[in-house]
Design a protein. Structure first.
Length: 281
């Protein structure tokens, strides 16, 4: 039997299972998760949940014994020409949700550019906004996790590193997504891991095929997940692994899988984790 190098907390995007948090929780628990990542509940994005609904969600999760790994916010998934205060105000609201759900992590993005603009054209505006968001987060005692989403400023390892070094705040860290890197032509482990590992604080689990961009279960694509998991285990990573399978057609709130496909994704990842001596808890 392989001696575990590490124990990682297993989480997942609940709304990829079902809009109903009760069903989300039941499926995640059945797959061995101890945590849930909250993006939406009852079809409402986390940025728009009323305080009473946040309380109701917390009560459901408490009853089931699930903790919240992160709030998956849409912050920064907007055009960079919007005023700085636009996303700062939304972040303040989402911080209140994160605090009510007793998590310190909030997933964010680094802005879209207008048609005809290059990434370099928007760099200064991006850094101004990311710095403002990090300052608010630091004051509130939360940590922002930048996801390398396709099409935003920080979609390649070098630009993610640019953000981390320029903002230079312990309140801004990396949510690593192998599949998203594949979709922008990057070999995640080969071309990004060593560069970003000092900032890597959260693992989002999905894989993708380079030729088509199609998202597939862990180990079935070109995301170098096996090498990434092995390296994280060897490095002593002891954080979250959050399942974000994206195995069915997307809905308006983001990726979707349904309970059956979510289970397929969970089992594929569990197999890779076990091979590399990682225990999921």
């Amino acid at each position: 039997m392989t001696q575990p190098h590490a124990v990682w907390n297993l989480s997942g995007f609940g709304d990829e299972v079902d809009p109903d948090p009760t069903i989300q929780a039941a499926v995640l628990l059945a797959l061995g998760a101890s945590h849930i990542e909250v993006r939406s509940a009852w079809g409402t994005n986390v940025s728009e949940l009323a305080p009473a609904d946040v309380e109701r969600l917390k009560a459901i999760l408490d009853e089931k014994g699930l903790k919240v790994s992160a709030v998956a916010s849409p912050i920064g998934k907007v055009d960079v020409t919007l005023p700085v205060e636009h996303e700062v105000a939304r972040l303040r609201q989402i911080i209140s949700v994160a605090q009510a759900l007793e998590t310190k992590y909030i997933r964010i993005f680094s802005f879209y550019r207008a048609e005809g603009q290059s990434q370099e054209d928007i760099r200064d505006a991006v850094m101004e906004r990311m710095s403002a968001l990090a300052e608010v987060a630091a004051t509130a005692g939360v940590v922002l996790l930048h996801e390398n989403e396709k099409g935003i400023f920080g979609d390649t390892p070098d630009r993610v590193l640019d953000i981390m070094e320029t903002v230079n705040s312990p309140a801004l860290r990396v949510a690593w997504d192998n599949a998203n890197f594949v979709q922008v032509g990057v070999k995640p482990y080969t071309e990004g891991y060593a560069m970003l590992r000092p900032y890597l604080e959260y693992l989002q689990v999905k894989d993708a095929i380079a030729a088509t961009g199609e998202v597939v279960p862990s180990g079935e694509g070109d995301g170098e997940l096996d090498a990434t998991i092995a390296a994280l285990a060897a490095d002593g990573y002891a954080g979250f692994a959050s399942l974000e399978p994206h195995l069915a057609s997307a809905h308006e709130l983001g990726g979707y899988s349904g309970p059956v496909a979510f289970g397929v994704a969970a089992r594929a990842f569990a197999g890779l984790a076990a091979t590399n001596g990682v225990t999921l808890a």
